[in-house]
Design a protein around this ligand. Structure first.
Ligand code: FRU
Length: 488
């Protein structure tokens, strides 16, 4: 179904309560509803926003168009949690109701200062002639959860040399000053991150671009910037659009990744970094956001979806979900993503098995629909290892390690329904190690696979039949294994 512009820009209050109730019921009947991931109650969810820790709770907002599975006029929806496992529904947070955000409350960040949660976001507006004017806006949430928008935007329009693709403010404190990064596109169509400085969170001075090296295939629009330092390294995160696929890299419609190097010099903007690396090797990952929590951990949540592609559940009136929360660790110049420890709280019944697998295939006795699974292998005499998930009725999802070709691969060729087959059904990456630890989370319609403590991650939605739940493991050559399976 094609959505007209008029339909996309309808707000919640413009629809009949009964019609909206019908949409809620339609979504509730969807067979692919998740059980332990954040998902929209109706309509479309995209980027995580305002991820922060305030008043002893984690706060998380997300981009939301309530009325259907399309990118219409966006709201911020709010959830909060004490433990990153159970999320409390806090309802609507920011609505597109001001002159500076009339066509969407776009993405942004949260920052706690003086016991208030400051929210920074892009107000998307359109003139009568549909010319876009972006504003960078501000709101404050107090300890009672009341949110007040500032009367005026902080930054109006984009600076000279940049197009209207100018958005997603990420504000943070850095050496006694506030810095705000903004994703952008230059008028000659290069993706860049620009930055502003402030002493009071109200007045922001434009400082120019972060001076990254001019590498080729860098894309034309950089969205959702973020930055942190760990282990002496500066890590600049963003989601570039317009990169071209190269071998097994950049296979999704758009990418999401980071540049790592010497900490950014926020005096000059200089950033000396290594080459661009993708965050994730799977099919569905975009626009992640990080925060440092009260325990000093750097946490990340991403959107398990991508702009510009359809979703299998569109026909059920909803689309997309967020990833599980992950802890980021920089070690020996590599960025690891690990599922947060708190997720152990999801574990229900447990089974364990171990042994030696020698040129054979083994079917697990136990199987569930949604689960956490961990398998550790010694790779000594192993040539190939595969784990087949969600197998049955002609469907299967295969994750494998080819020790000879040094490749990890996720194969969704027969995984079930898809609407994005144009982008291929396999994803792979180079990998070489003398041990293999596969740690994965299977929800109703998603799979997140963490390899060797998050050295590589594959994040994907999968839409398989309810009866297809067998799990097999298979080796060529021999390997000792330890396997743990927890029902979730
Ligand atoms: C990324 C993005 C952001 C924008 C938001 C709008 O997915 O395009 O750049 O703020 O989505 O929903």
């Amino acid at each position: 179904m094609e959505w007209t512009r008029e339909e996309r820009y309808r707000r919640l209050e413009d629809v009949d309560k009964e019609d909206y109730q019908k949409l809620i019921e339609q979504v509730e009947k969807s067979t692919y509803r998740q059980t332990f991931h954040i998902q929209p109650k109706t309509g479309l969810l995209n980027d995580p926003n305002g991820f922060s820790y305030y008043q002893e709770r984690y706060h998380l907002f997300y981009q939301w168009f309530p009325l259907g599975p399309v990118h219409g006029v966006k709201y911020w929806y709010h959830v909060s949690s004490k433990d990153l496992v159970t999320w409390r529904d806090e309802g609507l947070a920011l609505e597109p109701d001001s002159f500076y955000d009339s066509h969407g409350v776009f993405s942004g960040s949260g920052l706690v200062v003086d016991d208030k949660l400051h929210l920074f976001y892009t107000g998307n507006t359109r003139t009568k002639d549909w010319i876009r004017i972006p504003y960078q806006c501000h709101a404050v949430m107090n300890q009672h959860g009341n949110i007040r928008k500032s009367k005026l935007p902080l930054i109006s329009d984009s600076p000279k040399g940049f197009t209207d693709n100018f958005r997603d403010p990420k504000a943070f404190e850095y050496q006694g000053q506030y810095i705000c990064l903004i994703g952008s596109e230059t008028t000659d169509h290069r993706g860049k991150i620009v930055y502003y400085k402030s002493e009071d969170l109200v007045n922001w001075d434009y400082k120019g671009t972060i001076k990254t090296s001019n590498y080729s295939n860098s894309g034309d629009v950089w969205e959702c910037p973020d930055y942190f330092e760990q282990d002496g390294q500066g890590v600049l995160l963003f989601s570039p659009q317009g990169m071209v696929a190269e071998d097994e890299n950049y296979r999704n419609i758009f990418q999401s990744g980071y540049l790592m190097g010497k900490p950014i010099d926020f005096g000059t903007g200089q950033f000396d970094h290594q080459s661009f690396k993708e965050f994730d090797r799977g099919f569905d990952f975009y626009a992640p956001q990080t925060m440092e929590d009260h325990l000093g951990r750097r946490l990340l949540i991403g959107w398990m979806g991508l702009p510009g592609v359809d979703c299998v559940t569109d026909r059920d009136g909803w689309a997309h979900c967020l990833t599980l929360p992950r802890e980021l660790i920089v070690e020996n110049g590599h960025l690891y993503q690990r599922p947060v420890k708190e997720l152990e709280g999801l574990r229900k019944s447990h089974s364990h098995c171990s042994g030696v697998l020698n040129d054979e295939m083994l079917t697990l006795d136990e199987t569930y629909r949604t689960y956490e699974l961990r398998i550790s292998l010694t790779v000594d005499d192993l040539k190939y290892f595969a784990i087949t998930l969600r197998e049955g009725n002609g469907e299967k999802t295969i994750f494998s390690y080819d020790y000879i070709k040094e490749r990890l691969q996720l194969d969704l060729t027969d995984a079930g329904e898809t609407v994005t087959a144009d982008y291929g059904r396999t994803r792979s990456c180079h990998f070489q190690s003398d041990r293999l630890d596969i740690h994965l989370f299977m929800d109703e319609s998603s799979l997140e696979i963490f390899i060797n403590d998050g050295f590589e991650v594959f994040t994907s939605r999968i839409y398989s039949q309810i009866e297809a739940n067998n799990i097999h493991i298979e080796s060529k050559g021999s390997t000792a294994y330890e396997l743990d399976l927890w029902k979730i």
